[in-house]
Design a protein around this ligand. Structure first.
Ligand code: IMP
Ligand code: MG
Length: 181
C-alpha cells in the first residue's frame, strides 16, 4: 500500500486516483441507464465537491445533461463522529417538482445526512430522489436509506482526501486515504 506524509501525518492510500476515475465512469453509465427525467444533480457540500465535479463530467460523457444546484448540510462539524443533528447551511434554489433528483455525497455512514436531504426534497414533490455516494461505510446505518449508486465499500476508518477533510485539511488529496498517525 502506498502512503504519503503531510504535516507529520502518515496517510495510506485506500482508493487511488485511477481506481476512482474508473469507478466514476461506470457510475455515470449506471445513472444514464435509468434515463432520468429533467435530472437535477444536488451535491451535498462540502465533502462531495470533488466527487461531484468528476461525476457530472462523467455524466456528460455518458450522454446526460443535468442541471446542478448545491446544498450545504452540516452534520459533522470538526469532530470525527456524527453529532446526529443535521443543519441546512445553504438550500438549493431550484424547483424540484416533477424532476428526478440525484443527491451526491461523499460518504454514507449513519445515513442521517442523506435521509434528511431526501426527506426535504421529497416533501417538495420531486418525481424521485435518488442518491450517489462515493463511499459506503457498512455497519453504522441509523436512518433507513440506501445509496442507489455507490462507488466503493469503505473500511471502518476515518478517511480523508478527494474532497473529504479532517477539520478542513486534506481535501486536496487526489486519492482517498486513511490517516495512520
Ligand atoms: P452520515 O450522516 O453519518 O451518513 O454522515 C455522512 C457524512 O459524514 C459524510 O457526508 C461526511 O461528510 C462525513 N463523514 C463520515 N465519515 C467520514 C470520514 O471518514 N471522513 C470524513 N468525513 C466523514
Ligand atoms: Mg458530507
Amino acid at each position: 500500500m502506498s502512503s504519503i506524509t503531510i504535516d507529520g501525518h502518515r496517510i495510506d492510500v485506500l482508493f487511488s486516483e485511477a481506481q476512482i476515475a474508473e469507478r466514476i465512469g461506470v457510475l455515470a453509465h449506471e445513472i444514464a441507464a435509468i434515463k432520468p427525467h429533467r435530472l437535477l444533480v444536488v451535491p451535498v457540500l462540502k465533502g462531495s465537491f470533488i466527487f461531484a465535479a468528476d461525476l457530472i463530467r462523467a455524466m456528460h460523457h455518458a450522454g446526460l445533461s443535468p442541471e446542478v444546484d448545491f446544498m450545504i448540510l452540516a452534520s459533522y462539524r470538526a469532530a470525527q463522529t456524527s453529532s446526529g443533528q443535521v443543519d441546512v447551511l445553504r438550500d438549493i434554489e431550484s424547483i424540484v417538482e416533477d424532476r428526478d433528483v440525484l443527491l451526491v455525497d461523499d460518504i454514507l455512514e449513519s445515513g442521517r445526512t442523506l435521509a434528511y436531504a431526501k426527506d426535504l426534497l421529497s416533501a417538495r414533490d420531486a418525481k424521485s430522489v435518488k442518491s450517489a455516494v462515493l463511499l459506503f461505510k457498512p455497519g453504522h446505518l441509523a436512518a433507513s436509506i440506501k445509496a442507489d449508486f455507490c462507488g466503493f465499500d469503505c473500511p471502518d476508518k476515518f478517511v480523508v482526501g478527494y474532497g473529504m477533510d479532517m477539520a478542513h485539511q486534506f481535501r486536496e488529496l487526489p486519492f482517498v486515504g486513511h490517516i495512520v498517525m
